[in-house]
Design a protein around this ligand. Structure first.
Ligand SMILES: CC(C)(COP(=O)(O)OP(=O)(O)OC[C@H]1O[C@@H](n2cnc3c(N)ncnc32)[C@H](O)[C@@H]1OP(=O)(O)O)[C@@H](O)C(=O)NCCC(=O)NCCS
Length: 207
């Protein structure tokens, strides 16, 4: 296994991994979508995030096949790397692939999440966010998620890092606790509770 930097060209592979790793969300939001259309949609979503300034590390096997990804966005870096033209083109293509009923449900979900967020502290504007991390189901539980997250955190170690994890996601919660994340709030969406986590930048004595 080795770690590689992701690019928009990896979006299809990331979309496949996403669909395998998050079957519940896929079923809930896109249950009626044909598999090919769903993959097209997810690929465009990942491409959009790259063009918006997101970055990713991929974990690949000896054959070069991606078995995991971690997608993150550092606010400062994203501002510098954002490609407005490509992002807007992607957004337009994406909009054409989402059915109105799916869009309504996604918007309802986002609104529910925003309305339910309860934070115990103010989060700085300049921060990084882990947007998604997934390991292929066949390779989970072997320390690969830990390895990938560690590599990403090394790249953004000077910033606070936030993310959300589902309250019932035991492996996710353990992964983040071991990496030094702690809870600063909760929220919920149409599928249940989320815990909001933050990891402060390491001081010199902790490095
Ligand atoms: C969450 C995920 C990225 C973790 O990657 P992984 O390679 O499976 O995890 P690791 O083997 O590095 O183990 C990380 C921790 O989870 C624990 N863990 C792994 N599989 C577990 C399981 N099935 N049940 C409970 N805990 C589990 C490990 O014991 C370890 O905790 P520890 O250090 O306290 O022992 C991966 O399981 C995954 O892709 N899950 C589906 C998608 C997902 O939930 N992503 C996170 C969204 S926030």
């Amino acid at each position: 296994m080795y770690v590689d930097r992701g690019s928009p060209e990896d979006a299809r592979e990331m979309a496949k991994l996403y669909c395998q790793a998050f079957p519940e969300s896929v079923e809930f939001f896109f249950g009626r979508k044909p598999a090919k259309l769903l993959l097209d949609l997810m690929e465009l979503t990942f491409r959009l995030i790259f063009h918006w300034g997101g970055e990713a590390l991929l974990l690949k096997d000896e054959g070069g096949q991606a078995v995991g990804y971690c997608l993150y966005l550092s606010a400062e870096q994203a501002r510098l790397q954002r490609r407005w033209g490509k992002a807007l083109t992607c957004l337009a293509r994406l909009a054409a692939k989402v059915a109105p009923s799916e869009l309504l449900r996604l918007l309802h979900n986002q609104l529910t999440m925003a309305r339910s967020a309860e934070s115990t502290r103010k989060i700085p504007k300049t921060k990084a966010e882990i947007l998604s991390i997934a390991i292929s189901p066949a390779c989970q539980g072997q320390g690969l998620g830990t390895l990938l997250l560690e590599k990403v955190l090394q790249r953004i170690k000077n910033q606070p890092v936030i993310l959300n994890v589902r309250a019932n996601n035991e492996s996710g919660k353990r992964l983040y606790a071991a990496a030094g994340f702690s809870a600063y709030g909760t929220t919920k969406d149409l599928l249940g509770e989320w815990i909001m986590l933050i990891r402060e930048p390491r001081s010199h004595s902790q490095r």
